[in-house]
Design a protein around this ligand. Structure first.
Ligand code: ARG
Ligand code: MN
Ligand code: MN
Length: 301
């Protein structure tokens, strides 16, 4: 079974959640890698709703070094949440392109409005489980999963007027290999299921995804995929702002997306952290499009 709904693409060209310029061009790069035609060729009806408008960092001042661009990020994520929610109301599948991972606060908020018990797959080298108090950088892209769990600054946790968006038992982190001290603590305290690279190596991606699908679909009424391209190895995806060696391979990632397609559980997805300025010949955006195809049911044979 694959997703049968028509698809709505939304671009979120945000770079306020981290310190390296260029990730605001991620949505363009993914579109340039023939996203819409590729989805269309798979037999889907697809529309592109364009981009959310984001102020550039040059026009802004950082008022809190522990939560950089907090107010601006909350405002644009609120707008994204509304857009995502509107797509779901129209019985379509939201496919959001980023943009740094702070945007997930908006995407998850918009989707969670429709699902009381939403499952969440966080495919990432990082946990994004920091708060303003634990973050080593003050970058909000490292706080978006925590915010979705209701942990952190109220402007982020209560985006859309409710919190939390997801419960710890319905969340799985896949591909982790760089977790800050505070994040490790939080994972233990909340009992969040994490398949680090150790488990990916030891169990294999097939087993990791079988268990992931089981956990996020158990008792839930929707499942969101938040895929940070830095979850993949930097040799496959060099165009990311916070690369970490020893990542998930291109092949393993296709398998993961194919298994998600077969499961039919996904109700929304986002592909984030594509930074064309750091990329080689748009490789990372092309990988994003290839993975989106597999997620939407593309098969080799
Ligand atoms: N979405 C990401 N790429 N996050 C990277 C976060 C890096 C680090 N843990 C931080 O909080 O700053
Ligand atoms: Mn990451
Ligand atoms: Mn991330």
């Amino acid at each position: 079974m694959i997703i049968k709904q028509p698809i709505s693409i939304i671009g979120m060209p945000i770079d306020l959640g981290q310190g390296r310029r260029g990730v605001d061009m991620g949505p363009s790069a993914i579109r340039y890698a023939a996203l819409q035609q590729t989805i269309c060729d798979l037999g889907y009806e697809v529309e592109d709703l364009g981009d959310i408008s984001i102020p550039s960092p040059e026009s802004l001042e950082i008022s809190d070094q522990n939560l950089k661009y907090l107010h601006e990020i909350a405002r644009v994520c609120e707008e994204l949440a509304g857009r995502v929610s509107g797509v779901i109301e129209r019985k379509r599948f939201p496919l959001v392109l980023g943009g740094d991972h702070s945007m997930a606060i908006g995407t998850v908020a918009g989707a969670a409005k429709h699902y009381q018990n939403m499952g969440l797959i966080w495919y990432d080298a990082h946990g994004d489980l920091n708060t303003g108090d634990t973050s080593p950088s003050g970058n909000i892209h490292g706080m978006s999963m925590a915010a979705s769990l209701g942990i952190g600054h109220p402007l982020l946790t209560h985006l859309g007027g409710f919190a939390p968006k997801v419960r710890p038992e319905n969340v799985v982190l896949v591909g982790a290999r760089e977790l800050d001290f505070g994040e490790q603590q939080l994972i233990r305290d909340l009992g969040i299921k994490v398949f680090t690279m150790h488990e990916v190596d030891r169990l294999g991606m097939a087993r990791v995804m079988e268990e992931t699908i089981q956990i996020v679909s158990n008792g839930t009424d929707g499942v969101h995929l938040s895929l940070d391209l830095d979850g993949l190895d930097p040799s496959d995806c060099p165009g990311v702002g916070t690369p970490v060696p020893g990542g998930i391979t291109y092949r393993e990632s296709h398998l993961a997306m194919e298994m998600l397609a077969d499961s039919g559980i996904l109700t929304s997805a986002e592909f984030v952290e594509v930074n064309p300025i750091l990329d080689q010949s748009n490789l990372t955006a092309k990988v994003a499009v290839a993975l989106i195809s597999s997620m939407l049911g593309k098969k080799i044979l």
